[in-house]
Each structure stands twice: as structure tokens, then as C-alpha cells.
Ligand binder design. Structure first.
Ligand code: NAD
Length: 269
């Protein structure tokens, strides 16, 4: 422990169960001295798991469907009440593809569902930041991180409409990062994480084979959820103050690798 987040306060979205990247990051932030408000969609909260985490890190849980303006407004206001003013970081660890869930192929998506996917997975970052700006909820040099995936840049067929959703999410991080940076030195980044065995991850068809492929294609191997939590801590800390509007690959080198010896050997079998 380095006390990197001593005195810092923040909201962590998306802790569903103990495999969730958000869950693991919340534990890391707590270890580093942060005070946290946990949030998830009311439907996810009904599963009850999040209360275990809340007890462990002494954090309140405030329900919020990020596609609902009133919910987001309520969350930001209540969080400010809880902390007695502004706060210093946000983790957006939220993803949902309605078309994938309904088994619709990318070439035949339903556009109403598609809009909902974007609303939950991408424009929710905009909504959260806009609501924070309206209430002046984020302190000077606050840090906002959203989780994304390399399918925003390259085709991974089974990632389907989520690839487009992640591209939009990364764009919102850049665009809002500009405006919030100028206004209040708030930084906004995305972390592009290796495939990780979580509930959201396992929703992608052929996920297991894909995790193994990515492992073989990454010089350092796949980045774990644990390592992702550590990276989030570093971005919430004061040690990375000048990093903003970036898409940061946290993938063991996958994104810059053409092929590896391990993959060649597999192909020659
Ligand atoms: N698991 C992977 O392989 C992987 C790789 C790269 C990026 N990511 C991203 O990491 C983030 C976290 O996912 P995870 O892998 O920890 O899985 P997860 O299933 O544990 O987390 C996804 C969360 O999104 C929440 N959510 C869904 N709809 C919501 C709504 N309307 N309002 C509020 N919350 C809502 C869920 O309740 C859940 O807590 C996602 O953005 C995901 O796309 C995951």
C-alpha cells in the first residue's frame, strides 16, 4: 500500500460480483486510502452481491440506471451530500449489448436495441460528466476512467455492436476530456483492457478460445482484472496528472503485436 489515494473520494460504477473489474478496483482504491460510493443498475443490485463489497469497504450503495437522467442526477446529488461537497474520481465500468443479449447477428441488429446499447455503454459517460459539470461535482484535477476494448479499433466479429459502442465511448472521453480539462483540469481517459473472465466478458461468443488466443498474442500475457485495478489507481492518483483524452492499452502488448512465436507454433501443429 502506498496511500496513493489518501483523501480522495470517488464513485465506482459496475461492481456486479467479485469477478467484476469494478469490484476489484474498488478494493484497490480502498486499500490506497480512497472513500468510495458504489453504484450499479437497480436490477443488478437486486442480486445483492454488491452489499458484501459495500460492507467490506464501508461504502454506501446508490442505485442508478445510467441510461436514466433522473437516476444519474439523483446519484450525483446524493454523492455530493455523502461526501459533503465535490469528489475526485469516477470509474465507469459499464457495458451492455442488447442485440448480443438477444442473439441478433451484427448484420441484422435491431436499431431500437442498438440505441439502448449506446445509451448504456457509451453516452452514459457523457451523461455522467454533463451532470457532474452542471453540479460542479468534480474537484480540480479529478480523474475519470472508462473501460473499453480494442474492438473499437480492430474487427473482432463476435464483439458485434459493442465494437461501435466502445468507439463512441472512446470518442466521448476525448471530447468531454477537452471541455472538462479546459474548465476544471478534470482528466478523462479510457483503459483498453485485455479479455477478462467476468459476467460481461463471458457474454461474448467463443470467449474462452479468445482469451487463450489473446494470451498467446501478448508478450506479457493477458492483463488480469487485478492489474487493471492497479492501473486505475495510478490514473486516479496525482502521479498521472497530465494524462488526459487518451485511450490507454492495458493488454500485455497485444495491441502492438503482429504475431508471436506461440501463435506460429500453434498454426504449425
Ligand atoms: N471482461 C472483459 O473481457 C473486458 C475487456 C475490456 C473491457 N471490458 C469492459 O469493462 C467494463 C466492466 O465489465 P466487466 O468485465 O467487469 O463485467 P461485469 O459484468 O462485471 O460489469 C458490467 C457492469 O455493467 C453494469 N450495467 C449494465 N447495464 C447498466 C445500466 N443500465 N446502468 C448501470 N450499470 C449497468 C452491470 O450491472 C455490471 O455491473 C465494461 O465496460 C466492459 O465492456 C471488459
Amino acid at each position: 500500500m502506498y496511500n496513493l489515494l489518501k483523501g480522495k473520494k470517488g464513485i465506482i460504477f459496475g461492481a456486479l460480483d467479485e469477478k467484476s473489474i469494478a469490484w476489484i478496483t474498488a478494493l484497490k482504491c480502498h486499500e490506497e486510502g480512497a472513500e468510495i460510493v458504489l453504484s450499479n443498475a437497480p436490477v443488478a443490485m437486486r442480486m445483492g452481491e454488491i452489499n458484501k463489497l459495500a460492507a467490506q469497504i464501508n461504502a454506501p450503495v446508490i442505485g442508478c440506471d445510467v441510461s436514466n437522467a433522473e437516476d444519474v442526477e439523483n446519484l450525483i446529488v446524493k454523492t455530493m451530500e455523502h461526501f459533503g461537497g465535490g469528489f475526485d474520481f469516477i470509474l465507469h465500468s459499464i457495458g451492455m449489448s442488447i442485440n448480443v443479449r438477444k442473439g441478433k447477428h451484427y448484420t441484422e441488429i435491431d436499431y431500437v436495441h442498438n440505441l439502448k446499447t449506446y445509451e448504456i455503454s457509451s453516452m452514459s459517460l457523457h451523461r455522467v460528466l454533463a451532470t457532474c459539470m452542471k453540479h460542479d461535482a468534480l474537484n480540480e484535477w479529478a480523474s475519470v476512467v472508462a473501460l473499453t476494448y480494442i474492438a473499437a479499433q480492430r474487427i473482432f466479429p463476435d464483439y458485434s455492436e459493442m465494437a461501435d459502442a466502445k468507439a463512441l465511448l472512446e470518442s466521448v472521453a476525448r471530447s468531454f476530456g477537452y471541455h472538462y480539462g479546459v474548465k476544471k483540469h478534470v482528466r478523462v481517459n479510457t483503459i483498453s483492457q485485455s479479455p477478462t473472465r467476468t459476467t460481461a466478458g463471458s457474454g461474448v461468443k467463443g470467449f474462452d478460445g479468445f482469451v487463450t488466443y489473446a494470451e498467446k498474442m501478448s508478450p506479457l500475457g493477458n492483463a488480469s482484472a487485478e492489474a487493471c485495478g492497479n492501473y486505475c489507481v495510478s490514473l486516479f492518483s496525482d502521479l498521472t496528472k497530465m494524462v488526459t483524452m487518451q485511450n490507454l492499452f492495458h493488454d500485455g502488448g497485444f495491441s502492438n503485436t503482429g504475431v508471436t512465436q506461440a501463435v506460429i507454433e500453434q498454426m504449425e501443429k
